[in-house]
Ligand binder design. Structure first.
Ligand SMILES: Cc1cc2nc3c(=O)[nH]c(=O)nc-3n(C[C@H](O)[C@H](O)[C@H](O)COP(=O)(O)OP(=O)(O)OC[C@H]3O[C@@H](n4cnc5c(N)ncnc54)[C@H](O)[C@@H]3O)c2cc1C
Length: 454
């Protein structure tokens, strides 16, 4: 399935009725639904700067591609805009629709215990091939190595909807392979996460050039750094079930996040830290700096509160007086972790029995086990982030079509928007929903029939 050349109308530059800029998850869905639902003969062209499509899909979910999640709520997403807007978009294409879509493309999805859905092949390639085949079958042209360098929209006043769009293209697009004109554009260039895949944030400039604003962006779903030589960095490779708590300067709980924490040579990673990362820096004065006074702690016994563990130790000092501090920590932690925790946080001998534990040491033990301080210095940056927080505000789009409210003929889809999801398939579901709406929305302008249901 080699990419084809752009259509060349006689005597003019290449032209597309619908040009999709960025053929990642959202752009491919936009291309598929635009090409399927537009009138026959419509030229749907997806332009992507990458030499090979789908880099992010192929590495997603550890190479298995976590396509979606079995249950999805608007609360699984963050935005500086309205949750209701997210709800409306999510309702347009449910998890069941995603499963059906892939089934129709011959890809069966399975739900794992975590609620994540993967292809039964456990290969992301299956997902990418299905999307590429669906796009080609629908008649969309996918042009690799076509980086968009600039885009200009003609004055909206001179291009009312009733005018023949083919004669008066609204958009002049400069690509690395030459100019292309288009009547409708879907901007789906992703965010800044993992820029080596081609999503390097240039799409925000394109959005701004077309009149949009972009809220502050920062890495999300990103590992977090501890100070160099912090004792936890020596425990690399150990994963512990945790509840992470982010508290503000007054002690007010800002966010609680259950999930495993993986201790690494640089700090912490894994589902818990990745999910809480976007909240850690939400109020930061500058990207990558922790908001002043915010504190991150880990409960290493997530089934119990600080008070419960304290009460249990007081009781055990009588009922199990010979139990040592190390044995207490070993109940939930690997030996190496437990020993280091006692050394660095409890400051006592590991074989000290509970019967002879002064109150201050018991308190330190309880704090170490249930509210271990994690003095995060910064995050690992976009190069290690799975997604971008911030982007084009949803309020600048019409949610039923993802059409721009500021630039006629433009639609936006995917991660470029100011919405980011938790780890677990939520971000792809957002890409499927918005890509489909944008594709259908663009097609509906060319067709007399409104978008149909999935
Ligand atoms: C390591 C990793 C693992 C992940 N795993 C999962 C997972 O398992 N499940 C999940 O739900 N989410 C996962 N995500 C997040 C998910 O991949 C993204 O949210 C999703 O891909 C966003 O889709 P998109 O189409 O909006 O953007 P992208 O997938 O980033 O696609 C944007 C496309 O636009 C192209 N482009 C950018 N600028 C230009 C330009 N100027 N001209 C032309 N083309 C351009 C890029 O080359 C790219 O192909 C993961 C992300 C990473 C980094």
């Amino acid at each position: 399935m080699p990419p084809t050349s752009p259509p060349q109308p006689q005597g003019g530059p290449a032209h597309a009725d619908i040009a999709i800029i960025g053929a990642g998850a959202a752009g491919l869905f936009a291309a598929i639904f635009a090409a399927r639902h537009a009138p026959p003969g419509t030229r749907v062209v997806a332009l992507d700067g990458a030499k090979k499509l789908g880099a992010k899909i192929l590495i997603a979910g550890g190479g298995r591609c976590n396509v979606t999640h079995d249950v999805i709520h608007p609360e699984d997403y963050a935005t500086s805009g309205s949750r209701n807007a997210i709800k409306k978009v999510l309702k347009s294409f449910s998890v069941a629709h995603t499963i059906d879509f892939f089934a129709q493309q011959g890809v069966e999805l399975k739900v794992e215990d975590t609620g994540k859905l993967f292809p039964t092949t456990d290969r992301a390639r299956t997902v990418l091939n299905a999307l590429l085949t669906a796009a080609y079958d629908a008649g969309a042209q996918l042009l690799t190595d076509h980086r968009v360098l600039d885009i200009q929209s003609a004055d909206a006043e001179s291009h009312p909807e009733s005018e023949s769009p083919a004669r008066t293209p609204r958009f002049n697009i400069q690509t690395s392979q030459g100019p292309i004109t288009a009547d409708h554009v879907v901007l789906s260039t992703g965010g800044l996460a993992l820029p080596t895949t081609g999503s390097d944030g240039f799409g925000y400039q394109l959005a701004r050039a077309l009149g949009h604003s972009v809220t502050d962006t920062r890495p999300a779903l990103v590992p977090l750094l501890l100070p160099a030589n912090h004792w936890l960095t020596a425990l690399k490779g150990i994963a512990v079930d945790t509840v992470l708590t982010l508290a503000g300067p007054t002690g007010k709980i800002l966010h609680r996040q259950p999930g495993a924490t993986l201790f690494t040579h640089f700090g912490i990673s894994g589902p818990g830290p990745m999910d809480i990362s976007r909240h850690l820096f939400a109020d930061a004065p500058a990207p990558g700096n922790s908001a002043p006074g915010n504190r991150l702690t880990a409960n290493l016994i997530p089934t119990h509160t600080t008070e419960q563990i304290d009460a249990a130790l007081i009781e055990q000092a009588t009922t199990q007086p010979h139990t040592t501090v190390l044995q207490v920590a070993r109940r939930t932690l690997p030996e190496r972790f437990a020993a280091a925790l006692i050394d660095h946080e409890v400051h006592t001998e590991p074989d000290r029995p509970l019967a002879h534990l002064p109150k201050d040491i018991r308190r330190r033990l309880v704090t170490a086990l249930t509210a271990l301080p994690l003095p995060i210095t910064t995050d690992r940056g976009y190069a290690h982030a799975e997604v971008t927080a911030g982007g084009v505000p949803l309020a600048q789009t019409q949610l039923s079509t993802m059409a721009s409210r500021v630039c006629p003929g433009l639609h936006l889809a995917g991660e470029i928007l100011d919405v980011d999801g938790r780890i677990g398939g939520y971000n792809f579901q957002w890409a499927w929903c918005t890509g489909r709406l944008a594709g259908l929305g663009a097609a509906a302008h060319l067709s007399s029939t409104p978008p149909s249901s999935p």
